[in-house]
Write a protein that binds this ligand. Structure first.
Ligand SMILES: C[S@@+](CC[C@H](N)C(=O)[O-])C[C@H]1O[C@@H](n2cnc3c(N)ncnc32)[C@H](O)[C@@H]1O
Length: 324
């Protein structure tokens, strides 16, 4: 047998694969965890590697070399996404399907799981993550995890849709900075499908909780590459201001400059908002609260005009923190 004598996946594959067809889904990257050579050495009747990587990429050549070094010549090479509709018609079905390190990259893990089932001749032969005695636990956990991911994804979509619907692109001047403040982020915990969903949800960040997801997401839904989002996640207890200047050379006359999480923004460019009960509520005004009890009310001109046109607005407070 080739493969680790202690890796439970290798042991499981060795137990079940002899005389069976085997496909390894998404195992090209890194070339250290691929199971095609393990299955071939354990007597698989036929093996295949299915990965989203295009066939002309060096990873496939590295895979050929790895197989050659292990004396495994035959293997069907399939360049496809596991999420592709009708995949089972293109690639057929396999007795044993191995897939690890892929689900968390897929936008809809429940769909991906059902795709894995479609290319599997017998549903129970899907080997997602861990086999043997951990198998049942692993399947339940994986489905649960996929469910929480899906709910998180739906919640993020609702937030984005509410934003675009209530505040259409033409109302945002060039280089507007969006600042989500204290967004309602507990949709998954509320559903309570799984007892531990709330705990898991706390570990997953929504689209508006990480700048590198929030900014591109807003740029895409608004089709506006000039938009920027300054954000922070729940663990940081909401968005903070880290500086305030009555006037600034960077801003227009009459503007104030607020530093949010260390990033300077002119008040005329800023739109701060919260999200509750599927509605976006604009900060109108934005209140800067210092630790010594001082509070500064900042009128954000964009919010003022949007509120006049009917978008909900309410005073919204953010707290001071030393610059990061
Ligand atoms: C993080 S690597 C995991 C590699 C390996 N399975 C492991 O656990 O170390 C993800 C692999 O899945 C592939 N992949 C990502 N999305 C995929 C998809 N939708 N369909 C098929 N393969 C995918 C990537 O090309 C890459 O080879």
């Amino acid at each position: 047998m080739l493969g680790s004598k202690t890796d439970p996946r290798d042991l499981y594959i060795a137990q079940v694969v002899a005389g069976k067809t085997f496909v390894d889904v998404g195992d090209l990257w890194g070339m250290v965890n691929e199971k095609v050579t393990v299955a071939a050495k354990a007597g698989a009747a036929r093996t295949a590697m299915l990965d989203i990587t295009p066939l002309d990429r060096p990873l496939w050549q590295a895979f050929r070399e790895r197989r050659a070094s292990r004396g495994v010549s035959d293997c069907q090479l399939l360049s496809a996404s596991i999420d592709e509709p009708g995949l089972e018609r293109r690639v057929g079905q396999f007795d044993v399907v191995h897939c690890s390190g892929v689900l968390y990259r897929c936008p809809n893990p429940l769909h991906t799981l059902s795709q894995l089932a479609r290319i599997s001749r017998v549903l129970t032969s899907i080997l997602v993550l861990l086999p043997a005695s951990w198998m049942i636990f692993s399947c339940v956990t994986t489905v649960g995890l996929a469910k929480v991911y899906q709910l998180r994804y739906i919640h993020s979509r609702l937030q984005l849709e509410a934003l675009v619907q209530q505040i259409p692109a033409h109302t945002l001047p060039r280089d507007t900075v969006l600042a989500p403040v204290h967004l309602e982020e507990n949709s998954v915990s509320r559903v309570g499908t799984f007892a531990w969903a709330g705990t898991l949800d706390r570990l997953l960040f929504g689209v508006f909780e990480i700048s590198w997801s929030a900014t591109p997401a807003c740029q895409v839904v608004y089709a506006r590459p000039d938009l920027r989002v300054i954000t922070t996640h729940r663990w940081a207890n909401g968005l903070h201001f880290t500086g305030f200047h009555d006037s600034s050379e960077r801003c227009e006359p009459g503007d104030v400059e607020i530093e949010l999480e260390g990033q300077p923004v002119c008040s005329s460019r800023l739109l701060a908002f919260t999200y509750q009960d599927q509605k976006v509520i604009l900060a109108n005004p934005l209140i800067l609260a210092y630790p010594d009890g001082r509070r500064i009310e900042v009128a954000l001109p964009l919010a003022v005009s949007l509120v006049q046109s009917g978008v909900p607005g309410s005073p919204l407070e953010i707290h001071w923190r030393a610059a990061p």
